[in-house]
Design a protein around this ligand. Structure first.
Ligand SMILES: Cc1cc2nc3c(=O)[nH]c(=O)nc-3n(C[C@H](O)[C@H](O)[C@H](O)COP(=O)(O)OP(=O)(O)OC[C@H]3O[C@@H](n4cnc5c(N)ncnc54)[C@H](O)[C@@H]3O)c2cc1C
Length: 398
């Protein structure tokens, strides 16, 4: 296994860098770099730019309109995009549903939905979690009862990221209560404009409403929106989760956050000592940077295995935990770097249009927002406790 980049891969990195320099709109990258809120239109604009270049569906095979990259090329692209302050590609249609349809969809479903995902015609969200089913996903109770050529869906999903923008949701629904819980689940595509669908925002600790509750009250969905077999949805669900957990370490995002922290720490402020001259603070930055370098090597090892055709196993759980710890530590240091200005957190200063003088330095409010927002990293995509259990079972054989 070779974990060094080849000359071809280095040339590819240069090509990605120049593409980003020439095509990433400056107002969007400025918002990402300065921690301002992105609008739906910002995401759609970046989606369209990547679509035109053929670099949107990074993990789709060429036959379906992907760039045909291997795991190393994907990794290079994702790292460079984060360092250039590109918005993250919204994963629900492209990284999650797309691969499921390619594997389990009917020819009609593939022909209908995949081009729409690429063109950005639909904004998808993920309806897995429910109030009583998160880590224990097999407990979902939202029911879908077959009546003629429709399913009638009733129940509730929760923590549904960006459902406020979505017109479509893919859901795990219960179609049978017989046998093991996993054997009575189906995978259904639901039009959010259907009568009986209600979306209610959940406001989080950072003041943002990026997650929602979604309610279904006797919602009628045509049977052709079932993906895979009835009661065979668990297979789709598990397949999707393996895709959700790729690039889970968030290496590029961690590097971009560390760059930002160092910029703050090295800044000269008249009459004050630079933060980097405080030996305690400097040693904490050094420590997290060393951890990040070590994680980058592990990440490259896992990516090299994936490029050689081996599916990443429990190593992705190690990367998820380590990536989370590192990013949350960088967020903590960045918040500490703004000192007392972290206390009066006012989310309105994250609006691009906000003209009032910010409280403290301009990076103060974004530092607090990022600190609060990234608490989620240890919860979604499988909590840290669940990842530790996977490691215990699969690596330590406990
Ligand atoms: C910001 C955010 C966005 C999200 N977006 C989406 C989305 O778009 N779509 C979607 O479907 N879901 C989404 N989720 C939901 C997410 O997947 C769940 O929150 C997660 O799976 C945990 O489930 P839970 O919240 O029900 O907590 P629980 O499963 O109830 O867990 C509560 C606590 O108990 C621990 N725990 C649970 N079981 C065990 C165990 N067996 N051993 C040890 N400890 C355990 C957990 O680690 C956690 O600390 C999102 C969550 C967040 C926070």
């Amino acid at each position: 296994m070779d974990i060094n980049y080849s000359a071809g891969q280095m040339a590819f990195r240069d090509e990605v860098k120049s593409f980003l320099a020439e095509n990433l709109p400056e107002p969007i990258s400025r918002k990402v770099a300065t921690g301002k809120r992105l609008t739906k239109q910002d995401h759609e604009q970046w989606h369209a730019i990547l679509f035109r270049r053929g670099w949107l569906a990074v993990n789709w095979p060429r036959d379906f309109g992907g760039p045909g990259w291997n795991a190393i090329e994907r990794n290079i692209f994702e790292e460079e995009a984060a360092l250039a302050h590109a918005p993250r590609i919204i994963p629900f249609g492209l990284a999650m549903l797309g691969p499921v349809l390619q594997r389990f969809g009917t020819p009609q479903q593939k022909d209908h939905w995949l081009p729409r995902i690429l063109r950005g015609d639909d904004w998808w969200c993920q309806g897995y979690s429910e109030p009583g089913a998160g880590s224990d996903l097999a407990s979902v109770t939202t029911s879908a009862v077959r009546v003629g050529d429709h399913y009638v869906v009733s129940g509730q999903k929760t923590w549904t990221t960006l459902a406020q923008h979505a017109n479509m949701i893919f859901c795990l629904v219960r179609t049978s209560r017989e046998g093991k819980p996993q054997q009575g689940i189906s995978f259904l595509l639901i039009d959010m404009k259907s009568p009986g669908v209600t979306v209610r925002p959940i406001v989080l600790i950072d003041g943002e409403a990026e997650v929602n509750e979604v309610f279904f009250d006797n919602v009628r969905i045509p049977v052709e929106n079932l993906v895979g077999e009835e009661n065979g949805g668990w297979t789709c669900a598990k397949y999707l989760l393996t895709h959700e957990r790729t690039n889970i370490a968030g290496l590029g995002l961690a590097r971009a956050a560390l760059q930002n922290l160092k910029r703050i720490a090295y800044a000269e402020t008249s009459g004050e000592t630079r933060l980097i001259d405080n030996p305690l603070f400097a040693s904490r930055i050094a420590s997290v940077e060393i951890d990040l370098m070590a994680m980058a090597t592990t990440n490259l090892r896992v990516v090299a295995q994936a490029a050689a055709g081996q599916a990443p196993g429990p190593e992705s759980s190690m990367l998820k935990i380590k990536g989370t710890v590192i990013r949350q530590e960088i967020d903590k240091l960045t918040r500490q770097a703004v000192g007392p200005y972290a206390a009066p957190f006012l989310p309105e200063f994250l609006e691009e249009s906000e003209q009032a003088d910010p409280i403290g330095p301009p990076h103060a409010m974004p530092a607090v927002q990022k600190y609060f927002n990234n608490r989620k990293l240890s919860i979604y995509g499988g909590s840290s406790e669940i990842q530790r259990q996977i490691i215990a079972k699969a690596i330590l054989e406990l």
